[in-house]
Design a protein around this ligand. Structure first.
Ligand code: NAD
Length: 459
């Protein structure tokens, strides 16, 4: 199998999946390193990794080759450097044993410690290869786990330069492979975080259940944005445009549908269309990168075609373009859409913003919640109080208020994914390190006297 270059459209780089016996050997090697790692100065080692990665050009070039985008690859590398720095600073306090305290039973006290899994595994997608390759790996390493990562077969070029930056004393291995490699990984690790599609997530969860290891699933989304009367329409249009078209819409938390109060619908639509028309492709010096995964362009085109066939209007964009061999889609704005269209119900994963008029907050909430997904959402309203009240009615794990897509940049807020968007603990926020630890309690009785609940065997 060859890997497609999203800029040239050429499938010119052979994929070299690690053979199963080598993968097993890598896993065993990592596992052997777990005791030493758990006693190492992990913060210092991770900090060295972060410093090496922060301005490495070879890693950046490979990421650009994988994804076809430059500015967003720079941002991705910066986000990862920030992620490493944050965990280096936060982990020690989060791993500190809880203070001993008296138990409810007189004479007994409760203490504890944390026990990292020896080997944590991550299976990751192509849309943000570096960030999603490391977003869980770093807290797992900080927790004391050794880590095995299997990125997507669509974007493997960044793996080699990344591995050159991994310090010898950091037990992190990132391996090249396909779905079969991912499936094999599940049987080798003590816990697995999977980021990808719902279909594969179900398979990983079933395999993890058979292997009797926890599986944390981070899956797809169809994020809604709600714009109510009284909202700052200029701000809403700019934020939603970014939230739906950053990374060419190839992000789980992309805004993929917009519900706008009828009285401001036309003005909002005019602003969005005008702004969207000014945002160019990276091949023209603009910010919108190419379609990364082969076949994704057909899915985007099929969703737009389905909407048009059912009566939607395309105001700008809406076509797949070929430039220099790659596939591109300009920011696309549709109106006249409804939930009978694929564009409003299925993940499109492209820079497409369908806008639907609603009667007010109740209909906006009902339509936003009419989805199998529940990843995140955005709300723009007359004031924060109204926006928060609407946000609290949404079946979504994170809601950006007066902004859109903030979870792409802000990883501090604990959140769960609702519905089919995921399963397991929060990936975000300080407590997310807990996914890589077992908590052990020490229940101490310092009394010399017999406990009153013991069997009375002596006279
Ligand atoms: P995918 O499910 O096709 O692949 C994801 C990974 O799983 C790849 O590394 C693949 O090789 C591996 N894989 C395939 N079959 C496997 C199997 N049977 N066992 C184990 N591993 C297997 O997803 P994708 O197309 O790479 O990613 C796009 C999807 O990811 C979208 O749905 C997107 O919304 C979602 N996503 C979610 C988040 C999130 O944080 N919730 C973030 C980014 C992307």
């Amino acid at each position: 199998m060859n890997v497609r270059n999203p800029i040239t459209g050429q499938s010119d780089r052979p994929l070299a999946p690690i053979p199963p016996d080598r993968l097993a050997a890598v896993a065993a090697g990592l596992r052997e390193r777990a005791p030493a790692w758990q006693h190492a100065d992990r913060g210092a080692v991770l900090a060295r990794f972060g410093a090496a990665l922060a301005d490495d050009d070879a890693l950046l070039s490979a990421l650009v080759a994988d994804t076809g985008r430059v500015g967003e690859s720079l941002l991705e590398r910066r986000l990862v450097a920030g992620l490493i720095d944050r965990w280096v600073r936060q982990a020690p306090a989060l791993l500190a044993p809880p203070a001993e305290r008296p138990a409810s039973l007189p004479g007994v006290s409760v203490a504890g410690d944390v026990v990292p899994y020896e080997l944590a595994g991550m299976i990751t997608p192509w849309n943000l290869p570096l960030l999603l390759g490391l977003i869980d790996a770093v807290p797992a390493l900080a927790a004391g786990c050794t880590v095995l990562v299997k990125p997507s077969e669509v974007t493997p070029r960044f793996i080699e330069p990344l591995m050159r930056l991994v310090p010898g004393d950091l037990p992190l291995r990132v391996v090249e492979g396909d779905g079969a490699t991912g499936a094999a990984l599940v049987d080798l690790v003590d816990t697995v975080v999977f980021t990808g599609s719902v279909t594969t997530g179900r398979q990983v969860a079933q395999a993890a259940a058979r292997a009797f290891v926890p599986a944390f699933l981070e899956l797809g989304g169809k994020d809604p944005a709600i714009v109510l009367a009284g909202a700052d329409l200029g701000r809403a249009a700019s934020a939603i445009l970014w939230g739906g078209t950053a990374n060419a819409g190839q992000s789980c938390q992309s805004i993929e549908r917009v519900y706008v109060a009828r009285e401001v619908h036309d003005e909002f639509l005019d602003r969005l269309v005008a702004e969207a028309g000014q945002v160019g492709l990276t091949c023209e010096g603009g910010p919108i990168g190419p379609i990364i995964k082969p076949g994704q362009e057909d899915l985007i085109a099929a969703h737009v075609a389905d909407a048009v066939a059912k009566g939607a209007t395309v105001h700008t964009g809406g076509r797949i373009e070929r430039h220099g061999g790659g596939h591109w889609c300009r920011p696309t704005v549709l109106s006249g859409v409804d939930h009978g269209m694929l564009i409003m119900t299925e993940e499109t994963f492209g820079p497409v913003l369908p806008v639907m008029a609603v009667s007010g907050p109740d209909e906006a909430v009902a339509l936003a919640n009419d989805s199998v997904y529940g990843l995140s959402a955005a709300v723009f309203a007359a004031g924060e109080e109204q926006a928060r009240a609407v946000a609290a009615r949404l079946q979504a794990g994170a809601v950006s208020i007066n902004d859109a897509g903030l979870t792409a940049l802000v990883h501090e807020g604990e959140k769960n994914s609702f519905r089919l968007s995921g399963l397991g603990g929060s990936r975000m926020g300080p407590a997310s390190i807990g996914r890589f630890l077992r908590r052990r309690a020490f229940l101490v009785n310092r009394s010399d006297a017999a406990d009153p609940w013991w069997h009375s065997t002596k006279e």
